[in-house]
Design a protein around this ligand. Structure first.
Ligand code: FES
Ligand code: FES
Length: 156
């Protein structure tokens, strides 16, 4: 048994320590907001926060999450430390109608929240750097960048 702190709740799971965190979230806990894209740490669809840092849950063994705070898209705007930033990001995403097919967007939002937690006034270059690992096959990059600026503005 491994005890995880997921979205502020202690959660016990019976999993091999090498199991990717993504599969524990999606298959064991049925938290399907975190998406599976490449499975190789290349696309960012599976991004969650581990102690506030964006990580690729497809290439993070569940054992590495023990004793750390895991935040997923389901919990990022509900009572976690990122709540204000997450609300600003989600509101900006809606206002600018960022989403196309939606598949990549939970990962995009997790990376955007992590960026704005560290940097409340990111430049275009800061955004491009922070979001470089999140691929969008619908190419919503221009709207993502605008929404991050919009969220940053609303937080000042
Ligand atoms: S599914 Fe994890 S980075 Fe693509
Ligand atoms: S919105 Fe379709 S992959 Fe990003």
């Amino acid at each position: 048994m491994i005890t995880l702190d997921i979205n502020g709740r202690a959660t016990r799971v019976d999993a091999d320590p090498d199991t990717p965190l993504l599969w524990v979230l999606r298959d064991t806990l049925q938290m399907t907001g975190t998406k599976y894209g490449c499975g190789m740490g290349l696309c960012g669809a599976c991004t969650v926060h581990l102690d506030g840092q964006p990580v690729r849950s497809c290439s993070t063994p569940v054992s590495a999450a023990a004793g750390k705070k895991v935040v997923t898209i389901e919990g990022v705007s509900q009572g976690t430390s990122s709540v204000r930033v997450a609300k600003a990001v989600q509101d900006a995403w809606q206002k600018l109608d960022v989403v196309q097919c939606g598949y990549c967007q939970s990962g995009q939002i997790m990376s955007a929240v992590a960026l704005l937690e560290k940097n409340r006034k990111p430049s275009d270059a800061d955004i491009d750097h922070a979001m470089a690992g999140n691929i969008c096959r619908c190419a919503t990059y221009v709207r993502i960048r605008a929404a991050i600026h919009e969220a940053a503005q609303s937080l000042t």
